[in-house]
Design a protein around this ligand. Structure first.
Ligand SMILES: [Cu+2]
Length: 509
C-alpha cells in the first residue's frame, strides 16, 4: 500500500477527531436509575405438586434482561428442576420450552438458572419439580419492568471509540487504495491522473461514511429515547381528606401530569379487596393503618383514628394482567382531622390500625411484643444476623394470655400478614407466609392458562374463594430478602377471636 499524501492524511485526521468526539459523547450519556418502593427480589415459599419449594427470582433492571432464578427444594425427593418464563399475553402455549436448572455446586437440593424476560409486563416463572413423587409445577408471578439503563464505562467507551476510528480510517484507506494502487500493475508507480482520481474518490467517500456513522448514532439515540419513555415510573398520586357528613374521608387518586384524576386499567381484587392501603407515620413510624378503600374513580376510605402528622401511603393493587403495583403517596393529617376521626367506624371489617412503638429486635434472643388483646407475639431467634441481599426466614409465634400457642382465624385468607418499611420510606413490602408474590396474580395466571378470558382478553373472575374459616396455627414464617442495610420496622397482623391484632418489631439489617 502506498503512502497517503499529506492532504488526505490531514482530512482523515479531521474526520477521525470528529468521530472520536461523537462516539465519546454517545458513550458518556449518564445511566439513569429509577426510584421505586424498592424491594425488587421475588421470594416464594409454597408447593410445586407435593414438593415444598422456595423460589427466589432476582429480576433484571433492564428489559430485555436476564432473571436469576434459585429453587430450593425444602421437602421431597427431587430428580431435577425445570424453570420456564411465561408472559401473561402469550400464556403457556406461547412460552419458550423449559430449561433444566443446574444443581448449585457445594449445596444440596439447591438449583439455579437464568431466564430471559423479553417484554415488559406480568410474567410468571413456572417451576417444575420432577422426582420420586411425580412431577409438580408452581407459577411464581414476576413483574418485568425496566427500572434502569445500563451505562457504558468511560474506559470501554474510549476503547470502542478508538477501535471505531481505526475501522473508519481503514475503510477510507481502502477506498483510496481501491481507486489508486489497485488499478495499476504491481511494482509500478501511480501516474498523476490516477492519483487525482483516487484522492477525489476518497474525498467523496469520507463524508458519506461519516453520514452513515451519524445516521447510526441517531438511530441508537432514538432507540434509547424510546426505551426511556417506556421505563417504569411510579404513578403520580394525590391524597387528601374530604368531609362526608362531618366525618373525614381519605381520598387517594392516581393523577396525570396536570394533576387531574386518571382512570386505572381494570383491577382484580386481591384477598377480596381492590386495594390494600397502608398509612404509616413518616416521623415516628408509630401510627400504622391497614385499610381497604372502595374505588369509584378514586380510592375512598373513612379516616381511621390516627395521631396528627405526616403519613406515607402505600396502596397495593393488582391489574387484570396479573401485574401488581404499589401506589405511593403522602398525606398531612391535621389535628382537626384526627379529632374528627376519633369516633369513626371502619369502612371495611378487615381494616385495622395501631399507634405503638416497636419492640427492638435483639440478635439471637427472641423478641416479644404484647398485643392489644393481651396475647403475645414472639419473633423467634435465628442463628445469624440478618444481612441485606441474603434470604432470611422471619419466624413468629403467637401465644394467648395463658401462654399456650394461639389458634388464629384467617385474616384476609391467611394466618398472617407482614408489612416491612425502611425508616426513610424507601423500602415497602407486604409479605405473606408465601412470600412477596401476590396470590391473586398467581391465580390470574392459572385462569389465563385455562382460557377463562372474554373475547377481548378481559379476565372472568369468579367469587373470591380464598376466604375459609379453618383455624390456623399460631406459628408462621415469612421468607424475605432485605434489599439493603438500614433500620426497618415490621408490622405483623393476625386475627384472634374476631379481632385483628398487630405486633410491631424493629430490626437493623
Ligand atoms: Cu389488606
Amino acid at each position: 500500500m502506498g503512502k497517503l499524501d499529506d492532504e488526505s492524511a490531514a482530512m482523515i485526521a479531521r474526520v477521525l477527531r470528529a468521530l472520536t468526539l461523537a462516539l465519546t459523547f454517545i458513550a458518556l450519556v449518564p445511566s439513569l436509575s429509577d426510584a421505586h418502593v424498592g424491594s425488587p427480589d421475588v421470594v416464594f415459599d409454597g408447593k410445586a405438586g407435593t414438593y415444598d419449594v422456595r423460589v427466589i427470582v432476582r429480576v433484571p433492571s433492564v428489559v430485555p434482561g436476564l432473571a436469576d432464578v434459585t429453587v430450593r427444594v425444602l421437602r421431597g425427593d427431587e430428580r431435577r428442576v425445570l424453570i420456564r418464563p411465561v408472559f401473561w399475553r402469550a400464556g403457556v402455549a406461547g412460552a419458550p420450552s423449559a430449561d433444566v436448572a443446574t444443581p448449585v455446586h457445594g449445596a444440596s437440593k439447591l438449583y439455579s438458572g437464568q431466564l430471559w424476560l423479553m417484554a415488559r409486563g406480568a410474567y410468571s416463572v413456572y417451576v417444575t419439580v420432577e422426582g420420586a413423587e411425580g412431577s409438580g409445577t408452581v407459577a411464581v408471578p414476576v413483574v418485568s419492568v425496566a427500572t434502569g439503563r445500563l451505562g457504558m464505562s468511560t474506559g470501554l467507551g474510549l476503547l470502542l471509540a478508538a477501535l471505531g476510528g481505526l475501522l473508519l480510517a481503514g475503510l477510507i484507506t481502502l477506498v483510496y487504495a481501491g481507486a489508486g494502487e489497485s488499478v495499476v500493475e504491481p511494482g509500478t508507480t501511480i501516474d498523476p491522473p490516477t492519483r487525482r482520481r483516487a484522492r477525489l474518490m476518497t474525498i467523496v467517500a469520507a463524508p458519506l461514511l461519516a453520514m452513515a456513522l451519524l445516521g447510526g448514532a441517531k438511530w441508537w439515540q432514538s432507540v434509547d429515547a424510546t426505551y426511556q419513555t417506556r421505563m417504569y415510573h411510579p404513578l403520580a398520586t394525590r391524597a387528601s381528606i374530604a368531609r362526608e357528613a362531618g366525618r373525614p374521608v381519605l381520598r387517594f387518586a392516581v393523577v396525570d401530569r396536570n394533576g387531574r384524576d386518571l382512570q386505572l386499567d381494570p383491577l382484580v381484587p386481591d384477598h377480596g379487596k381492590l386495594m390494600h392501603l397502608f398509612l404509616i407515620d413518616s416521623a415516628t413510624l408509630n401510627g400504622f393503618a391497614h385499610l381497604h378503600p372502595v374505588y369509584t374513580g378514586a380510592f375512598y376510605s373513612p379516616l381511621p383514628p390516627l395521631a396528627p402528622g405526616t403519613y406515607r401511603l402505600f396502596g397495593d393493587i393488582t391489574f387484570e394482567t396479573g401485574l401488581t403495583n404499589t401506589l405511593a403517596g403522602n398525606l398531612q393529617l391535621t389535628r382537626e382531622d384526627s379529632l374528627l376521626a376519633a369516633s369513626s367506624t371502619p369502612g371495611d371489617p378487615d381494616d385495622a390500625w395501631i399507634n405503638a412503638s416497636g419492640a427492638k429486635r435483639i440478635d439471637r434472643i427472641a423478641t416479644v411484643d404484647t398485643l392489644a388483646d393481651g396475647s403475645t407475639m414472639e419473633w423467634r431467634s435465628d442463628s445469624a444476623k440478618i444481612r441485606a441481599g441474603d434470604e432470611t426466614t422471619l419466624r413468629f409465634r403467637v401465644r394467648d394470655p395463658s401462654g399456650t400457642v394461639a389458634r388464629l382465624e384467617p385474616y384476609l385468607g391467611m394466618n398472617a400478614h407482614a408489612v416491612i418499611v425502611r425508616d426513610d420510606g424507601s423500602v415497602f413490602v407486604h409479605l405473606h407466609p408465601a412470600g412477596t408474590v401476590s396470590l391473586t396474580a398467581q391465580r390470574v395466571f392459572a385462569l389465563r392458562d385455562r382460557g377463562d378470558t372474554t373475547t377481548r382478553g378481559r379476565l372472568k373472575l369468579g367469587a373470591d374463594t380464598m376466604q375459609n374459616a379453618m383455624p390456623m396455627a399460631g406459628e408462621f414464617s415469612f421468607p424475605y430478602i432485605f434489599p439493603r442495610s438500614g433500620s426497618y420496622r415490621i408490622w405483623v397482623q393476625v386475627r384472634r377471636d374476631g379481632r385483628v391484632v398487630t405486633g410491631v418489631f424493629d430490626v437493623v439489617v
